[in-house]
Design a binder for this molecule. Structure first.
Ligand SMILES: [Cu+2]
Length: 101
């Protein structure tokens, strides 16, 4: 019976530890409009450049809407940096945000 209680204590500890780790790593989501992407090859190169950037966790490019949806670690990279990376691929970031219109 004692070992069962220890097991419960460990489980509770792990749950608290995991929850606090999750709270520390802040994942932010940015929707960035990109001008000039015309086909899968274009969006592919933007996607590749973003994924090669430290702190970027997920990249989703919508060719139709000309948007790059990027999930990133707020402590490792900024949205400004993501825009720089996209501009560095030769495609142009549209400064206004589509959802603020
Ligand atoms: Cu293309």
């Amino acid at each position: 019976m004692k070992s069962k209680r220890v097991g419960l204590a460990i489980a509770a500890f792990l749950m608290i530890a995991l929850t606090s780790v999750g709270a520390l790593a802040v994942t932010k989501k940015a929707t960035i409009r990109v001008e000039g992407m015309k086909c899968a090859k274009c969006s592919g190169s933007v996607e590749k450049a973003l994924k090669a950037t430290a702190g970027v966790e997920k990249v989703d490019i919508n060719l139709e809407k000309k948007e790059a949806v990027v999930e990133y670690d707020d402590e490792k990279v900024t949205e400004a940096k993501l825009r720089e990376v996209i501009n560095g691929t030769g495609f142009k970031v549209v400064e206004e945000k589509p959802d603020s219109q």
